[in-house]
Design a binder for this molecule. Structure first.
Ligand code: ZN
Length: 283
């Protein structure tokens, strides 16, 4: 323990001396030589992310993996995650929930989702009830020690389409209300995962009250914000320190591109990161 602290201190001093720490970022996290754990974000296509907290806990969002054209091959093997401590699903549409039940079973981790979506999954017998706890917007839960999660508004819809094994026909069931997520890691790093959403005025409250370090925002259009709408919401309402566009490139109707989003952001204090699926982004 003492060694770890000493390493962190040495790293902090080195970072200060070489001046490589970005303004406003924690100096220790920018240390070039010290083996100090950092937050790591991996985009897996659409709205699926693997977020590894500094202490090693793994948060997975909206896992559509095995049939997602953007998901790297290794992550189509669900055991690639090694561990999952928090599993978040923003709403019941297939491209957000598809592989969540399989991951919940494999890693014995509950699905955190709109309570009425989990109620539907419980009623249909998709998973045992202990993997489908109820929650709703407002209030903050701590699904793993040090990881705080809050469901917030999203301007979207939600149903769950289920293939009835008796009839072999699809049925459409209530999916609760779509949500976005505020995720706070044990070091205070705050991520806003917007889920699927149009821009809405209360994004300003999220920006003012939560001050996200990182916002993950949909830009594809047709089902969600398009690049121009998303850039406006990020600059005028959310004002995060950094933003990663998501929910594009996987559905022919969602035509927005990362380049259009970058262009719409223009010159800005906000760091725009275009994620490459499977490539870890350190923070
Ligand atoms: Zn959706």
């Amino acid at each position: 323990m003492r060694t770890l602290i000493r390493r962190a201190l040495v790293g902090a001093i080195v970072a200060t001396l070489v001046g490589c720490a970005a303004p406003g970022s924690p100096v220790v996290s920018a240390a070039p030589t010290a083996p100090v754990a950092r937050t790591e974000i991996v985009w897996l296509g659409q709205s699926a992310f693997k977020i590894t907290a500094p202490g090693g806990k793994v948060i997975v969002t909206d896992p559509w993996l095995r049939t997602n054209p953007l998901t790297p091959a290794n992550y189509k093997q669900l055991d690639a995650f090694g561990r999952i401590d928090v599993l978040l699903v923003s709403h019941g549409h297939f491209d957000h929930i598809a592989d969540a039940p399989a991951l919940a079973q494999q890693y014995n981790v509950p699905i955190r989702a709109p309570g009425d979506l989990n109620q539907t999954l419980t009623t249909l017998g998709v998973l045992p009830a202990n993997l489908l706890p109820r929650m709703n917007k407002g209030g903050t839960i701590e699904p793993a020690p040090g990881i705080k999660v809050t469901a917030v508004h999203a301007e979207h819809s939600s149903v769950y389409v289920w293939r009835n094994p008796a009839s072999n026909k699809d049925e459409t069931h209530p999916g609760g209300e779509a949500v976005g997520w505020l995720i706070e890691l044990e070091n205070g790093f705050r991520v806003y995962h917007a889920g699927d959403t149009a821009a809405f005025g209360d994004m300003r409250l999220i920006g003012e009250r939560i001050k996200p370090d990182l916002a993950l925002v949909p830009i594809g259009g047709n089902f969600t914000m398009d690049p121009a709408e998303a850039a406006w919401a990020v600059k005028e309402l959310l004002r995060p320190k950094a933003v990663i566009p998501m929910h594009y490139g996987a559905n022919p109707l969602a035509r927005g591109t990362a380049q259009q989003f970058v262009d719409a952001m223009g010159p800005s204090q906000i760091r725009v990161i275009v994620a490459v699926p499977g490539q870890p982004i350190p923070f």
